[in-house]
Design a protein around this ligand. Structure first.
Ligand SMILES: [Zn+2]
Ligand SMILES: [Zn+2]
Length: 109
C-alpha cells in the first residue's frame, strides 16, 4: 500500500513501513516518519506485513556522505544508491546479497 510522505523534502508515495516497536510509519523513500497516520492504517499495514523487521532496520541502513545521515539504500542493477540524493553508495556485494535475500524472505511471508 502506498502512503504519501509528509516530509516536505520528500513528499513521495512509497511503500512506507510500520515500526511495530515505536508505532511510527517510516517512508521507504527517505526513511523519515510519516505524520498523521491513523490507527486503522497502522493496523492494515501490520496485517499486510508491511512492517519493519526490527533487526533489519539498522542492518540495512548505510551512511550517505552526501546527505550526511544513515539512509535505507535502494538497489538497482546490483548497485546501491541513496533514495534521497540518488548518489551511488559504496556497499560491499555481500551486504547487497544479504539485503536482497532479506527482501525475498519478506515477500514469502
Ligand atoms: Zn519520504
Ligand atoms: Zn544521500
Amino acid at each position: 500500500m502506498l502512503i504519501n510522505c509528509t516530509s516536505r523534502k520528500c513528499g513521495k508515495n512509497s511503500e512506507a513501513k510500520l515500526n511495530r516497536t515505536t508505532g511510527e510509519i517510516l517512508c521507504a523513500e527517505c526513511g523519515e516518519p510519516i505524520q498523521n497516520v491513523t490507527e486503522a492504517m497502522k493496523r492494515t499495514l501490520n496485517s499486510m506485513g508491511q512492517v519493519i523487521r526490527g533487526e533489519n532496520k539498522q542492518a540495512f541502513q548505510v551512511f550517505c556522505p552526501t546527505c550526511k545521515k544513515n539512509v535505507f539504500f535502494l538497489v538497482e542493477d546490483g548497485k546501491c544508491y541513496c533514495p534521497a540524493c540518488k548518489e551511488y553508495l559504496k556497499v560491499s556485494p555481500s551486504f547487497v546479497k544479504a539485503y536482497e535475500d532479506n527482501l525475498k524472505n519478506n515477500k514469502d511471508e
